[in-house]
Design a protein around this ligand. Structure first.
Ligand code: ACO
Length: 387
């Protein structure tokens, strides 16, 4: 017997009201709203509220949500002291995963109710950027900066990183990146979060597991790999030979291809435009090089395999973060700054869904292909009789 559902592709495992992808048409909706509309008109706080509460906030609700985020942004000083004990070259995703799990130990709180889960969601959305910026400054030998209560979410992170308030255009670009990464249905890390939540483990535990899943290069880690590729390629003339060589060896081009989209990822479309805009401002070559990678990969894929391939969310986000002077190894943690809203919404849905069919503990089957010695099982030999 062969395993049929490798990677669970195409298998429906639960109902969700949070987001939906049309992979054929290249559409993504959050709670019914088109991502292209949200990217143009909304902001991250409003989008996070929408994901958590199934509706856009009123003025009062948004003000209250922002107030609660502001109240929750600071992280314990003891946590920052502890960060000083880590190796300076530790992977920031390992640090983030560890300190998110540790939040459960810093707060003696209720975990089991839906209301408590919303509080944890706010705590996480608020604190993940502070954990990352604190870590970055501490590893650089700088003092961690407290959040500025006058700044919104996107601007606050950039301020805590660099000690300067970003200008309006930079703030809007970064805020749009956060909107675009906030949710994506049952992607690998969200599925992990839901799977952990299905055991009734708490929000911090489920989110820290999701961070582990996001760190891999086939998922969120791809944006760091894209930036490494851009730096290695270096010049526009080098793109085509580089891509041809990699693909001739059967290697994958990071930032290209998607398990669900069979056309342009709508997030990549917006990010491409943002990257172009930033490059025009900074004079960097990274947009042009990325665009050439896109066309060269599409063309090579067609020639080699007769297949189509398109950019995913990670292709153009890498150059954007680089032009915003964000260190390469923080690309994936930034993904987590945004995605934590989606994870939290899914964890709450997984644990507290009211409509049938309600989610159940995930427990798939496997096809056993290991040793078989007959119906009685293999003979157990004591240690002295084994060779
Ligand atoms: N470069 C070169 N070839 C590719 C790429 C790529 N980026 N992506 C897919 N292919 C090829 C595969 O080699 C395979 O060829 P084959 O049929 O001859 O074996 C074919 O396309 C299908 O590949 P699968 O891995 O089965 O396709 P799937 O749709 O499941 O892949 C995935 C999705 C894993 C994202 C893949 O496209 C990939 O590895 N991309 C690079 C990593 C990346 O950018 N990940 C980020 C995804 S977005 C996110 O997680 C936020």
């Amino acid at each position: 017997m062969e395993t049929k559902n490798i990677g669970l592709r195409g298998i429906e495992v639960a109902d969700t009201r949070i987001s939906d992808i049309d992979g054929e048409k290249g559409k993504l909706i959050y709670r019914g709203y088109d991502i292209l509309d949200l990217a143009k008109k909304s902001n991250y706080e409003e989008t996070a509220y929408l994901l958590l509460h199934d509706q856009l906030p009123s003025k009062e609700q948004l003000a209250e949500f922002k107030f609660r985020l502001n109240e929750a942004r600071l992280i314990p000083k003891r946590m920052q002291i502890n960060m000083g004990n880590w190796r300076k070259d530790a992977d920031p995703m390992d640090m983030l995963q560890a300190f998110v799990a540790a939040l459960a130990g810093y707060y003696d709180e209720e975990f089991s109710t839906k209301e408590a889960s919303y509080e944890k969601a706010i705590n996480l959305i608020a604190k993940v950027p502070t954990i990352i910026s604190s870590w970055h400054r501490i590893r650089e030998g700088l003092e961690a900066l407290d959040p500025d209560p006058n700044l919104d979410h996107a601007a606050n992170f950039l301020y805590m990183m660099f000690g300067e308030k970003p200008d309006v255009e930079v703030e809007k670009i970064f805020d749009t990146c956060l909107i675009l990464h906030a949710d994506h249905s049952f992607n690998a890390s969200t599925f992990v979060a839901r799977q952990v939540a299905s055991t009734r483990a708490h929000m911090y535990s489920a989110v820290s597991a999701a961070i582990g899943a996001l760190s891999g290069e086939l998922h969120g880690g791809a944006n760091t790999e894209v930036m490494k590729m851009l730096l290695e390629i270096g010049t526009i003339d080098n793109v085509v030979p580089w891509i041809k060589e990699k693909m001739s060896k059967g290697e994958r081009i990071m930032g290209m291809g998607h398990a669900v989209y069979k056309t342009f990822d709508p997030r990549a479309e917006i990010l491409k435009e943002l990257s172009r805009k930033l490059a025009a401002r900074t004079g960097d070559p990274w947009y042009d090089i990325t665009e050439r990678i896109e066309t060269a990969t599409i063309s090579e894929m067609k020639t080699r395999k007769g297949k189509e391939i398109y950019p995913n969310v990670d292709l153009y986000s890498a150059s954007i973060y680089h032009m915003l002077k964000i260190p390469m190894d923080l690309n994936t943690p930034i993904f987590a700054i945004s995605r934590v809203a989606g994870w939290a919404a899914h964890i709450i849905e997984e644990k507290f869904a009211e409509a049938a069919p309600k989610p159940a503990l995930y427990r798939p089957n496997a096809v056993y292909v290991g040793k078989y010695c007959g119906p009685e099982g293999c003979e157990y030999k004591t240690l002295d009789l084994r060779k």
